[in-house]
Design a protein around this ligand. Structure first.
Ligand SMILES: N=CN[C@@H](CCC(=O)O)C(=O)O
Ligand SMILES: [Zn+2]
Length: 411
């Protein structure tokens, strides 16, 4: 199967194969070809270039992209799309004045989602999550990380991870599974957090490793959830079983979680709404990428990640959706890119780099995803006719993605 996309107004994020991460001032640069073509054979990008050079290329399918922009599909490196039902009532409670923390303290929040998830079957969870994933593909997501963490029992966590495994098998998008081993302290362990952590370390992690259900290990390192010592223990145990850390830190409080992540050579540290100079210093010279989740800040009305400080410190930055029922009930990466421009003050070039190649880096797939590059996976999207790629974040409420191609197949 071959596809030739012709007359592309702007072919965005054209890279050499050795570029797998863009940092600091380099993020301002987004390589573009105008009046271009793109040639795909099977699931691979084979060639691209100026329209005048594509005369002799023959393809089974030709797509005329006159007036349209072509980009690599979004790489969403932080989601929780396997969950049961919704938390609309908490949304209304917050509008009426309760805070996220107050709702959690009343047994709502993550514990509420855990209750719903524990009483759902694997099939029910799969149906709900696959609906979400289908919608995300239409919005241009071509690679996604998915976390467990709403199980809070060994069995329910395994159930979540088996659903993620099934999504990975049934869907064409690249799926990366994460064991969010410690997301909240279950009701029954309220007065004995150590016993819960022991359960995670002695039962959950070994079972997940045995069934090969996850690649990454995550902890919600936050006041009222898991402190530095807890996080350290869990990451250490996870690493012994081959899991790479990717952690939730600095969402509400900054108390050294980022340095801890760096110490464990975490692939990413995510949230970072609260950030101090020590946190930025800790990231310098590390392989750990900071990940901002601007739609979480929008939905919860909490501070936005000071992304400019990170980029100005010459660090890389990825942006992701954080799609989950409590703090971000949306996985629309087009909105994430817009919010990154409007609220994090990223330029469109920086935001697109953060949502493509750097998002791919935060899932260890940037040698194959996240840019238009010969030999990379043919995961690309074609917009409607628009003035330029900068129009994407500008027209923040419009659905501008017209065609999505995943592994060389049109969706
Ligand atoms: N902060 C921790 N976990 C999720 C939200 C969990 C929830 O409220 O259900 C997050 O990344 O925002
Ligand atoms: Zn999250």
């Amino acid at each position: 199967m071959s596809i030739l996309i012709t007359n592309i107004k702007e072919l965005v994020q054209v890279r050499d194969s050795n570029v797998t991460l863009v940092s600091g001032s380099n993020m301002k640069h987004l390589p573009i070809l105008t009046n271009a073509y793109l040639y795909i054979v099977d699931d691979t990008i084979v060639e691209f270039g100026d329209m005048k050079d594509c005369e002799n290329i023959e393809a089974e399918t030709t797509i005329d992209a006159t007036g349209k922009v072509v980009l690599p599909t979004w790489c969403d490196s932080h989601t929780h799309i396997v969950y049961a039902g919704n938390r609309v009532s908490e949304f209304v409670d917050r509008i009426n004045g309760l805070s996220y923390a107050e709702i959690a303290n009343r047994g709502g929040g993550i514990l509420n989602s855990a209750k719903k998830l524990q009483s759902s079957t694997e099939d029910e969870l799969y149906e709900q999550a696959s609906e979400r994933l289908k919608n995300l593909i239409k919005l241009g997501t071509g690679a996604i990380e998915i976390k467990s963490g709403y199980g809070l029992t060994v069995e329910a966590e395994l159930k979540m991870l088996r659903v993620i495994k099934r999504l990975k098998k049934e869907f064409p998008v690249k799926v990366k599974p994460t064991l969010l081993a410690a997301h909240a302290i279950p009701e029954g362990y309220k007065n004995n957090k150590t016993a819960f952590i022991d359960l995670v370390i002695n039962e959950l992690i070994p079972k997940v490793a045995k069934e090969k259900l996850a690649q990454y290990i995550d902890v919600f390192c936050e006041k009222g959830y898991f402190d530095l010592k807890d996080t350290d223990r869990i990451l250490e145990a996870g690493k012994k079983y081959g899991f790479t850390p990717k952690i939730h830190v600095n969402q509400f409080n900054a108390f050294g979680g980022i340095a801890l992540g760096v110490k464990h050579n975490a692939l990413s540290v995510d949230h970072l709404e609260e950030l101090n100079t020590e946190d930025i210093e800790a990231l310098k010279g590390s392989n750990t990428i900071p990940v901002a989740l601007p739609l979480c800040s929008y939905f919860l009305s909490i501070p936005y990640t000071p992304a400019r400080d990170l980029i100005n410190a010459e660090l890389p930055l990825a942006i992701a959706s954080d799609y989950n029922p409590g703090s971000t009930p949306s996985g629309n990466m087009n909105q994430v890119v817009s919010a990154a421009c409007i609220k994090l003050k990223l330029t469109p070039e920086e935001a697109i780099n953060a949502a493509t190649i750097n998002g791919a880096y935060a899932m260890e797939i940037s040698t194959m995803y996240g840019s238009i590059c010969r030999g990379k996976k043919a995961n690309v999207m074609i917009t409607k006719a628009i003035p330029s790629y900068q129009y994407l974040p500008y027209a923040f409420g419009d659905h501008l993605i017209e065609t999505v191609i995943i592994n060389g197949q049109v969706y």
